[in-house]
Ligand binder design. Sequence first.
Ligand code: ATP
Length: 308
Amino acid sequence: LLMAYDPARRLARLQVSLERAAVNARMVYEILDTVPHQRDKADAKELAFTNAAVELRDVRFRYPNGDEVLKGVSFVAEGGKTTALVGPSGAGKSTVISLIPRFYDPASGQILIDGQDIADVTKQSLRQGIAYVSQQPYLFEGSIRDNIRYGRIDATDAEVEDAARLAYAHEFILAQPQGYDTPVGENGMTLSGGQRQRLSIARALVRNAPILLLDEATSALDTESEAAVQKALDHAMDGRTVIVIAHRLSTVVNADKIIVMKDGSVVEEGTHVDLARRPDGLYARLHNLQGQSSEEQSPEGEAPEAPA
Ligand code: ATP
């Protein structure tokens, strides 16, 4: 697993100016890290997953160099359901996501998984239960097979291939010069945005974790890749507790619950139908904006209308 470290660290160094990209790369390797090198509480227990329900209780957080960015955030992401985080840029959505695998710890408040405070469990047991798919899928230096296997290092070749099939990646992998052994990463084969996304989804699938954290891509893919990525994501989301930073209208509309954030607080919560009924609400306003931009982004044209 050490191999997973250096490229990620190098990437983080290369992109110091791009704080967000660096954070994403760090999240990838932190989550993948199964070596408990970080301090756990002396009496830390193994996290026991049942429904994989996630609850934030009055969570406050500030980055070491900054203002308070989460100002008492509370919500429940029910087990096996999809919870969408929406809100303007800077609202704190990515920060919420980064606290769940304990990339950072809250200043106060609690995060519970199946009723267990994540501060009281081993990081290893916590992170083993979490998969993360980012906007900018990170490929490590190595073969395609290695890149999928980083999701779970003891996965067999058959498990890697099954995950690739579910992620709609198997066929394009077989079409590469050396199939699953084709090198990718900095010096390897160049893959399209949609192909990288599907590899990263295959990596999440092979991990088979009960919780999936998803930062939905904003960049437009061509229609064909978009459809393949969406089908791959549907498989990855199936039966899992999903917390998604949602940019696509269809994701938000289909979510079991929507959490609307603004300036570090939850300002509205409900289903699409609930929230669209509040014409003065932030969601309804974002929703109209999002309808316009998603029309630009998606050629198949998702209807932006709210139910009356
Ligand atoms: P976006 O939709 O733009 O991704 P977001 O809702 O995910 O926004 P966050 O990325 O969580 O919002 O950011 C919340 C606040 O925290 C912003 O003011 C941001 O500038 C700040 N912030 C984010 N990451 C860091 C960091 N690593 N160090 C310092 N401040 C940060």
